[in-house]
Design a protein around this ligand. Structure first.
Ligand SMILES: [Zn+2]
Length: 160
């Protein structure tokens, strides 16, 4: 499943990448029509909070309208509307550019990782697009804990 988040939902889009979903974020200034056409051309679900987008032809096959406000409520709403599995492939994609991560073994990569992380035997990954490095630090651990929480909750958010 491939996704496209409109500009209001960039934070949610980064979480979708963290869960492993191929997620493109809208660049500022794209028109509604361009957004829908891109989603259709690339076979992506367009995720939005903008009800206007539902008025386009064939919107129901392309657009997922979210009613929730907070990132967490949107995450739970997406579980219901698209059966998103928040533990699909955690940390297999770059949060910044959406490219897939590969195991980093080269000396010049490992030299950029803190010694104490390497001493713990943590695995290091490199983005195949922007070359950013990822490893199991406290930030990744906190994000994973949140993904695990979202994957477990089955009720719709109370605000909806
Ligand atoms: Zn990247």
């Amino acid at each position: 499943m491939k996704l496209l988040c409109d500009e209001m939902l960039k934070r949610l889009g980064r979480w979708l990448r963290a869960a492993g979903y191929d997620t493109v974020l809208d660049e500022d200034g794209t028109t509604d029509r361009e957004l829908i056409e891109r989603a259709q051309r690339e076979g992506r679900w367009l995720i939005t909070r903008d009800a206007k987008l539902m008025e386009y032809r064939h919107a129901r096959q392309t657009v997922v309208l979210l009613l929730a406000n907070s990132v967490e409520d949107c995450a739970l709403e997406l579980r219901h509307k698209l059966a998103i599995d928040w533990l699909y492939r955690p940390f297999s994609r770059c949060l910044e550019c959406n490219a897939t991560l590969v195991v980093a073994a080269a000396q010049e990569d490992l030299a950029r990782v803190p010694r104490e992380a390497l001493a713990r035997g943590t695995e290091v990954f490199r983005c195949s697009g922007c070359q950013r490095l990822y490893w199991q630090g406290s930030h990744v651990r906190r994000m994973r804990a949140k993904l695990e929480k979202w994957a477990k909750i089955s009720e719709m958010p109370k605000s909806l």
